[in-house]
Design a protein around this ligand. Structure first.
Ligand code: X2X
Length: 341
């Protein structure tokens, strides 16, 4: 009896101690797992390093983020990343809108062929009403969206021939990403698209199992795709995938208001810095990355507005079909904001 009382008294003392401690001691994890698809040498991965470093410094190590490249927390299957964040298998992520669009159909908006002709058009969506609406949708799905970054304009590469017209990719076996919208787009162009993860894409390109793929130049160059026979590159800016910085909702709620503010501000800052890195070397004023790619014997074909128009026309039915699935109002809003940019 006396022993029991003693135990009770001890329990009381311990709980009093816990309440007296700053919140972080009670329920912070020793490590927060941050998922990304590529390595930390890519702009995307650098964004993850910047975010985690800023948070670690500004929270004095209270929030210790570890970066997991290669979508390793879901065995490389990037289309399962969003579900894993919701379930808490992943604490936080910087994810491509493409990889999460199987779960959030509205994110397909950035994959509508030839919707965003230039960088101001992308910014008009992410920084405008469309971006706000997409963040509202994400907020209702178990994650807290904090900031936008960018993977980039996705350009087409292949090992067979220069591509200037849909005729040139007829029958070509192309690896595409995880949204069925991409299958529709390349089928409409007469190609033979096949969906696979980025982890599987690289050996498939190396062995010649597929002829080509589409990815931002930073990914193409970072993964040295010119070394696996991808010698023809067409620049056509047909889609671009922004990146979204998110935290699992329960993890977010476990942090103090002060730490939430630090994590949010660090995400915005890391997103802005990542975007600058992602756009470096691929613009009219600075084409250093393109020059670097060409130095590896790559034939770069820059499509004219007329040539792009032919591709856009051929994919218009796909645009129309998917605009309905995404939501006609959201797509109209996007088109209006792009027109005003
Ligand atoms: O899989 C791809 O092509 C990549 C790396 O760009 C994405 O994660 C969308």
């Amino acid at each position: 009896m006396r022993f029991k009382r003693l135990l009770g008294a001890t329990a009381f003392a311990v709980s009093a101690l816990v309440t007296a401690l700053p919140a972080q001691a009670a329920d912070y994890k020793s490590e927060y797992k941050l998922s990304i698809v590529v390595g930390t040498n890519f702009p995307w991965g650098q964004g993850a390093v910047i975010w985690s470093d800023l948070v670690r410094e500004r929270t004095n190590g209270r929030i210790n983020i570890k970066v997991y490249p290669g979508t390793s927390l879901v065995q490389g299957d990037q289309t399962r990343e969003f579900t894993a964040i919701r379930q808490g298998v992943i604490d936080m992520a910087i994810g491509s809108t493409i990889n999460w669009s199987p779960q959030i159909k509205e994110l397909n908006i950035f994959s509508l062929p030839f919707l965003m002709p230039d960088y101001p058009a992308i910014d008009a969506l992410t920084q405008g009403k469309v971006g706000t609406q997409l963040f509202d949708i994400l907020s209702k799905k178990g994650v807290v969206p904090l900031a936008w970054g960018e993977n980039g304009y996705r350009q087409l590469s292949n090992s067979v021939r220069p591509v200037k017209t849909p005729e040139d990719i007829k029958g070509m076996k192309l690896r595409v990403v995880g949204s069925p919208l991409y299958i529709d787009t390349f089928t409409a162009l007469g190609a033979n698209p096949t969906q696979m993860s980025w982890a599987d894409a690289q050996p498939a390109l190396a062995s010649g199992a597929v002829d080509g793929q589409e990815n931002p130049l930073s990914i193409y160059a970072g993964a040295k795709l010119y070394d696996v026979g991808q010698k023809y590159l067409s620049l056509w800016n047909y889609v671009a995938d922004p990146l979204v910085f998110v935290v699992n909702k329960d993890v977010w709620e476990s942090w103090t208001p002060e730490d939430k503010k630090i994590v949010r501000e660090a995400a915005v800052e890391a997103g802005q810095r990542e975007l600058v890195i992602a756009r470096k070397g691929v613009t009219n004023t600075d084409d250093s990355l393109l020059k670097e790619i060409e130095s590896h014997g790559v034939t770069v074909t820059v499509l004219s507005p007329e040539q792009i128009g032919v591709f856009a026309k051929a994919t218009q039915p796909v645009f129309d079909k998917w605009a309905k699935q995404i939501g006609a109002d959201l797509v109209k809003q996007a088109q209006a904001d792009i027109a005003k940019r």
